[in-house]
Design a protein around this ligand. Structure first.
Ligand SMILES: NC(=O)c1ccc[n+]([C@@H]2O[C@H](COP(=O)([O-])OP(=O)(O)OC[C@H]3O[C@@H](n4cnc5c(N)ncnc54)[C@H](O)[C@@H]3O)[C@@H](O)[C@H]2O)c1
Length: 250
């Protein structure tokens, strides 16, 4: 098993691609801690993982809350004595706001998508370092590499921040035995918070830009996360995997 006994935190792991990833990591032997704000979906995901023979627990939290991060990380550390992997997956979409100049949307996107990831680093990296190392996988997007007219600029900016925050962590913490990489999904099933990008006509138009001419599946993203979270990628850090059917190859 590729994640045997690895103590793993995953944000947004209750639902969507994070849920699929949490299940895959647990199936590969990880002890999965799901950090999510969804009080109903979190326990459901844990029950599914346990029914499949995996290990998981749910911590209800908002990734923008530094004190909540500190408390949960301390709890996990006390329970296991270490943290091996962190997957920063929680995020909100920028495609429900048609006004690119809406400041409230900018602040919300930067807060959840970028600051939420930074808080994950800030709270777990010292513990990983103390334990001799760890791996971090941050979920960015194709939107973190190129601009798009169907999402609020805050989505592109926040996902671009995730991309470079990852490379920065890789450089700062290689000496601590910590690797950090990002995954950049392309056109996937819509997010809970999607607007325009959930509209079938808009999605069809976006699909014309995808060389493989199909949408991605959450499991295809989960497998990239598994590779980067596991020792299979032991010499890979500061890197990025585009799971996008070729979208960024243009
Ligand atoms: N779906 C796509 O097309 C797509 C494409 C590229 C990148 N992504 C990125 O992949 C990640 C997962 O997206 P998804 O499609 O599964 O979305 P989703 O909306 O289905 O799931 C997001 C999860 O994050 C959680 N979350 C959101 N805000 C949170 C907060 N403040 N605190 C705690 N948990 C929070 C939600 O509760 C949910 O469980 C996101 O970072 C997203 O930006 C998605």
């Amino acid at each position: 098993m590729r994640m045997q006994d690895k103590v793993t935190l995953i944000t947004g792991g209750a639902f969507g691609m994070g849920g699929t990833t949490a299940s895959l990591l647990a199936a590969e032997g990880a002890i999965v801690h799901i950090l999510d704000q969804l009080a109903d979906e979190g326990p459901k995901r844990v029950a599914e993982i346990e029914a499949a023979g995996g290990r998981a627990s749910f911590h209800q939290m908002d990734v923008t809350d530094d004190a909540a991060w500190a408390a949960i990380v301390a709890e996990v550390h006390a329970a296991h004595g270490r943290i091996d992997a962190l997957v920063n997956n929680a995020g909100i979409s920028g495609s429900a706001q048609p006004d690119p100049h809406n400041l409230e949307t900018w602040n919300a996107l930067m807060n959840v998508n970028a600051t939420g990831v930074y808080l994950g680093h800030r709270n777990t990296i010292p513990i990983m370092a103390e334990g001799g190392g760890g791996t971090i996988v941050n979920i960015s997007s194709i939107s973190g590499v190129v601009g798009q007219n169907v999402v609020h600029p805050g989505y592109n900016a926040s996902k671009g921040a995730v991309r470079l925050l990852t490379k920065s962590a890789a450089i700062h913490h290689a000496k601590d035995g910590i690797r950090a990489n990002s995954v950049h999904p392309g056109l996937m099933p819509p997010m809970r918070t999607s607007g325009a990008t959930a509209d079938p006509a808009t999605r069809d138009k976006m699909l014309k830009r995808v060389p493989m001419r199909r949408f991605g599946e959450p499991i295809e993203v989960a497998k990239a996360v598994l590779f980067l979270a596991s020792d299979d990628s032991s010499y890979t850090t500061g890197s990025e995997i585009h799971v996008d059917g070729g979208y960024l190859a243009f």
